[in-house]
Ligand binder design. Structure first.
Ligand SMILES: O=C(O)[C@@H](CO)OP(=O)(O)O
Length: 346
């Protein structure tokens, strides 16, 4: 289906609104006076009919001033003597971090969860914080999460550990009012924010009539092999649920349409999602066959790093290493980013 754009996810503050609005006298510590010129923040994203976002401007997170145009580029990522547009054109490399959410209350109870919206356990919270430590030196410009709380919690908790100290802000594009009421009125503040896009397409596979059942009891009842087939095969769906193939149809399509667009424009992306939605994405990234994906298992709270360069993905991190150094093979560009963080923070 074509992605018919029906509205834009823009945080707009036209100057007449500033003058006329009696509502937004202050937003946090930012007074209206400091932004009296009037400008608009444009994520460069448009929501499509299928609930996804498409890039309306080519670059995400662009800021349009009333008189001039410039993109918000992290001063740490961008060389100071290079204009942001030039930088983005030259930047042929972007980081992609994938994190499966931390342990949920139903993981702990060994229940099939699927699209049931269950929060993290204390251990899951700790795993998310630990994941955040491992990615604390890797640039993040935009975050995608599923619409489920365990993925959102994981992303937010992980970002509490990031050394750049940017603030992840969940975009509310569900209605005109939600957009209007979540505007930000300071360009400086915007520079210190990371947009968080929630997308149902990244949700866990819908587990059908297995949702809420105990995994061990289900295996005892239907047989270990049958249950393994439901859980790990590519094209055999659980009763009235989604197979991995069906899950991939929405998750990988969303990835290609929305997330790859960000990577192509040089944005560093983090995705917090689920065992099976991420398996389907990894199958695409690593070009796994439907046989190979059967043995792909993802642990909770382990971040994986990919580099997108010249249209190709290469895996730079294995979930095996216990430390950041053991996990990630940094590219030169990532090492430079890290060095700049060191300089800034010491
Ligand atoms: O229950 C679920 O939703 C998933 C992930 O926890 O389980 P499985 O490992 O069987 O895919």
């Amino acid at each position: 289906m074509a992605n018919a754009v029906f509205h834009q996810a823009i945080w707009i503050l036209p100057s007449h609104h500033l003058q006329n609005s009696g509502i937004h006298q202050e937003f946090g510590n930012v007074s209206v006076k400091s932004i009296s010129k009037g400008f608009k923040f444009d994520l460069g994203l448009s929501m499509s009919r299928n609930g996804g976002y498409s890039s309306s401007k080519g670059n995400s997170f662009a800021v349009e001033a009333s008189t001039s145009q410039n993109s918000v580029v992290d001063p740490i990522s961008a060389p100071s003597n290079t204009s942001s547009n030039e930088f983005q054109k030259k930047s042929s490399e972007a980081a992609l971090i994938l994190i499966r959410h931390g342990e949920s209350l139903w993981n702990e109870k060994n229940l099939f969860t699927g699209c049931v919206d269950v929060p993290l356990t204390k251990k899951g919270v700790e795993e998310a914080i630990e994941a955040g430590k491992r990615i604390s030196n890797i640039p993040v410009d935009i975050i995608y999460t599923s619409s489920l709380i365990r993925a959102k919690m994981t992303a937010m908790l992980a970002m509490t550990q990031h050394r750049r100290r940017k603030v992840p802000i969940i975009m509310h594009n569900e209605s005109e009012q939600a957009r209007a009421w979540s505007q930000i009125f300071s360009e400086d503040t915007m520079r210190q924010c990371i947009p968080v896009i929630t997308a149902w397409q990244l949700n866990e596979r819908m587990y059908g009539e297995l949702q809420g059942l105990n995994k061990q009891e289900t295996a005892d009842r239907f047989g270990k092999e049958k249950v393994h087939e439901w859980r790990r095969s590519y094209d055999i769906p659980p009763p009235n649920g989604e197979s991995l193939e069906m899950c991939a149809e929405r998750a990988v399509a969303y990835f290609k349409d929305q997330i790859e667009t960000q990577l192509r424009s040089g944005k560093h992306v983090m995705i917090a999602a689920h065992g099976n939605s991420l398996r389907s994405i990894i199958m695409y990234l690593d070009k796994l066959t439907s046989q190979e994906v059967i043995s792909l298992e993802l642990s909770t709270g382990i971040p994986m790093l990919y580099i997108f360069k010249e249209g190709r993905f290469s895996r730079r991190g294995s979930p095996a290493g216990p430390t950041e150094a053991g996990v990630y093979a940094y590219t030169r560009r990532l090492a430079q980013y890290r060095q700049k963080l060191d300089e800034m923070l010491h």
